[in-house]
Design a binder for this molecule. Structure first.
Ligand code: MG
Length: 250
């Protein structure tokens, strides 16, 4: 069931989104060779808790950290660890959610650790751009399939692939609400977008094939072919004036 939000609720969501975006930026600023993903997770948790908010992911389904930190061939749900030391040339996808005043904000970004290869830079750029291509489709009267189709077409024209096994989602009082927001689809198909919907659009793009597999820890999801992946996400509101990004710093 899709839960529509009132204008007041969307304002609350903007506050949660602001905290999650600022935490994500702090995390990104900490990305450099020699830093562990555990240290970055600590920064995220500390910032969110200082704002009087709660890290959305901590304990969610048993997830043991505040941020998902996914390096290179890890697509999503990487578990921060003191054993995971970042090195020059890594690309680091960080996914952060904050729960504040009854609502969640959810966002993700892929950061470069020092100088990264031109190949990885191109993957990051295309994935980031595909997010904004998807957001542009999120207008009243359009359908979920319009978003997925736009993202998929943009990504596949550049010979990358979109992950099928994980998708974007509605966001609100719960971290994951209806509808699902796949990064693939058919124009004109799926749930119709209405004012008051809030959704996370989050392209996960692989340099090679779209296939992924989960490691034995039950979380870490890697590309099946070992090639790098990137991940960008914003929480947005559907409004009569067009899509509004809720995960902005101010
Ligand atoms: Mg999400």
């Amino acid at each position: 069931m899709v839960v529509l939000k009132t204008a007041r609720e969307l304002r609350c969501m903007r506050a949660a989104g602001r905290i999650s975006q600022r935490a994500l930026r702090l995390a990104g600023q900490a990305v450099e060779p020699g830093v562990t993903t555990k240290e970055i997770d600590d920064i995220v948790r500390k910032y969110i808790e200082e704002q009087g908010a709660t890290p959305s992911f901590l304990g969610y389904g048993g997830f043991p950290a505040s941020a998902c930190i996914s390096v290179n061939n890890v697509v999503i749900h990487g578990i921060p660890s003191e054993k995971c030391v970042l090195k020059q040339g890594d690309i680091v996808s960080i996914d952060v959610g904050a729960f504040y005043d009854g609502f969640h904000g959810d966002n993700a970004w892929t950061f470069a650790c020092g100088d990264v290869s031109a190949e990885k830079q191109a993957l990051m750029k295309a994935t980031e751009e595909s997010l904004f291509i998807g957001i542009k489709q999120a207008v009243v009267g359009a359908r979920i399939g319009d978003i997925g189709h736009a993202v998929q077409e943009y990504v596949e024209l550049r010979s990358y692939s979109v992950v099928r096994d994980f998708v974007g989602h509605g966001v609100g009082a719960k971290l994951h609400e209806d509808p699902s927001v796949p990064n693939y689809g058919t124009p004109g198909r799926g749930v119709r977008l209405m004012p008051g919907m809030a959704i996370a659009i989050e392209p996960m793009v692989n340099m090679g094939s779209h296939e992924v597999r989960k490691l034995d820890d039950g979380w870490t999801t890697v590309t099946a072919d070992g090639k790098p992946a990137a991940h960008y996400e914003h929480t947005i509101a559907i409004t009569p004036d067009g899509p509004v990004i809720l995960t902005l710093p101010d």
